[in-house]
Design a protein around this ligand. Structure first.
Ligand SMILES: NC(=O)c1ccc[n+]([C@@H]2O[C@H](COP(=O)([O-])OP(=O)(O)OC[C@H]3O[C@@H](n4cnc5c(N)ncnc54)[C@H](O)[C@@H]3O)[C@@H](O)[C@H]2O)c1
Length: 435
């Protein structure tokens, strides 16, 4: 598979450099599972750990086990035992799947520190909790020298996004593979479309517009036995400290696609609008249900991005990149010239499953000892989404420099324990400030 261009050209160390890194880290390597798996043959076991056993985590574990015949799920971590058990049941319904080595007696970790135990037991860890917890888990995995699959987004505020970036950079130095769950970059049809754009098929890029309009999402209700903290974590979509709001949690896919098409360029500033019209009840926490952003880029390029989560409205996920010679539809993989004629179309590529592709690449990179590093774009695209959110929440034009220097840290003041956890109300443009 052709890797996304930016991954190959700018961030993956050469084999030579990588071997040098391994050699200088010889003392470390002796104690790292990486040293074993990096030189493993096809028959060797790669121990996989999963943290966050929800829908995506369970899917990612399956994809990891399908990616390499030596992959074995040896540890699972969850905050809630019921979630872990449901996931284990889905992964191993009859209890006889040899790739799943977690049992009632072995490999289960529950609680806020579960991730530490999972990471200790595995060679590669899949991080799929709600986004707030990602930076501390990436840090721990890098500290323990483990390869990573990191779901998007990587954080929910600027301070912790930068913490995650620092951890990724340390992981890169250790020669770890860090593969992002920004899965569109692993869809071959999109890679071909981006290649067309970057090879000049639409001329000079002037503008892009991107939409993520979806229906209402799940809500897991309440339970008198749940503390405020448990209620929020179980319903994490609706709390900005946990999800980043839907612009960060979901629309990040669109923003990342545009940044990718532009050659991994990120905005210089953003002004935005947004609010909540349909999801106004207390059960919807403190997030908005719609956003519209005007991102500014170097060279006068503008990007208009909008997202909405509302019921009974049209759904639409599309991205257009507009150039001096034509327009590319990034989501549907075609290019039209200035008169609207079809200039290029990517045919359907059989078996092009982006979720599976990213795991195939991750395990191939581990086997080959050629680490993949997606750390930069997964952190930058998270920051781009946070920039849009903060521009909408405050009603102010915010520059990239301001968001990078923001002191906003949404971690709970009382630490991680079940009990009360007061969150701020819905932020009001013109009143809310960027900290
Ligand atoms: N790439 C994609 O297309 C895609 C699709 C869906 C979800 N996602 C991302 O995957 C992540 C998970 O989403 P989901 O839909 O599976 O949500 P989910 O609620 O189904 O699963 C998250 C799980 O993490 C657990 N968890 C929360 N905090 C934890 C902690 N501190 N330690 C251990 N476990 C903890 C929760 O109890 C829950 O079971 C999110 O970041 C989401 O944005 C990505």
């Amino acid at each position: 598979m052709t890797e996304p261009q930016q991954t190959k050209s700018s961030t993956t160390p050469s084999r030579r450099k990588f071997l040098a890194t391994s050699a200088t880290a010889a003392t470390l390597a002796a104690s790292l599972p990486y040293a074993r798996v990096a030189h493993a043959q096809g028959s060797d076991i790669i121990k996989v750990g999963l943290v966050g056993c929800g829908g995506r985590g369970t899917g990612a574990a399956n994809q990891a086990l399908n990616a390499d015949k030596g992959a074995r799920l040896v540890a699972m971590g969850e905050l809630f035992e019921d979630r872990l058990n449901n996931s284990l049941k889905a992964l191993n319904p009859q209890g006889n799947r040899k790739e799943v080595m977690v049992t009632d007696k072995k490999g289960k970790h529950v609680g806020f520190d579960a991730y530490k135990g999972v990471i200790a037991e595995c060679d590669v860890v899949l991080l799929a909790t709600s986004p707030h917890f990602r930076p501390m888990m990436v840090e721990e995995a890098v500290k323990q020298g483990k390869h990573l699959f990191v779901e998007k987004p990587v954080a929910t505020d600027p301070v912790n996004t930068l913490k995650c970036l620092a951890a990724c950079e340390a992981g890169k130095k250790k020669g770890l593979s860090i593969v992002s769950g920004l899965c569109y970059r692993y869809q071959k049809a999109k890679q071909e479309t981006v290649k067309q754009i970057q090879d000049g098929a639409i001329g000079d890029i002037r503008h892009a517009h991107t939409y993520y309009y979806t229906n209402l999402l799940w809500h897991r209700g309440n339970n008198p036995n749940w503390s405020e903290m448990e209620y929020q974590i179980r319903n994490w979509l609706y709390f900005t400290w946990l999800s980043g709001d839907h612009i960060v949690e979901q629309h990040i896919h669109s923003l990342d696609k545009i940044a990718w098409a532009l050659g991994d360029k990120y905005p210089t500033a953003c002004s935005a609008t947004g609010g909540r019209i349909q999801r106004t009840g207390k059960e919807y926490g403190n997030i908005y249900d719609h956003f519209a952003m005007n991102y500014e880029f170097e060279g006068g390029i503008t990007v208009h991005a909008t997202c909405r989560q509302m019921g009974n409205c049209v759904s639409n996920v599309t991205d257009y990149v507009v150039g001096s010679k034509g327009t590319a539809n990034l989501q549907s993989h075609y290019i039209q010239d200035l008169k609207g004629n079809l200039a290029w179309r990517q045919r359907r590529i059989r078996g092009d499953d982006m979720y599976q592709n990213e795991h195939d690449e991750l395990f191939k990179s581990i086997r080959a000892g050629k680490p993949i590093y997606n750390g930069d774009y997964m952190c930058n695209s998270t920051m781009m989404a946070i920039l849009g959110r903060e521009a909408a929440y405050t009603g102010k034009r915010i520059t990239w420099a301001q968001i990078m220097n923001s002191q906003q840290d949404l971690s709970p003041k009382g630490g991680y324990k079940f009990g009360p956890n007061k969150v701020e109300g819905v932020r009001v443009p013109g009143v809310a400030k960027l900290v």
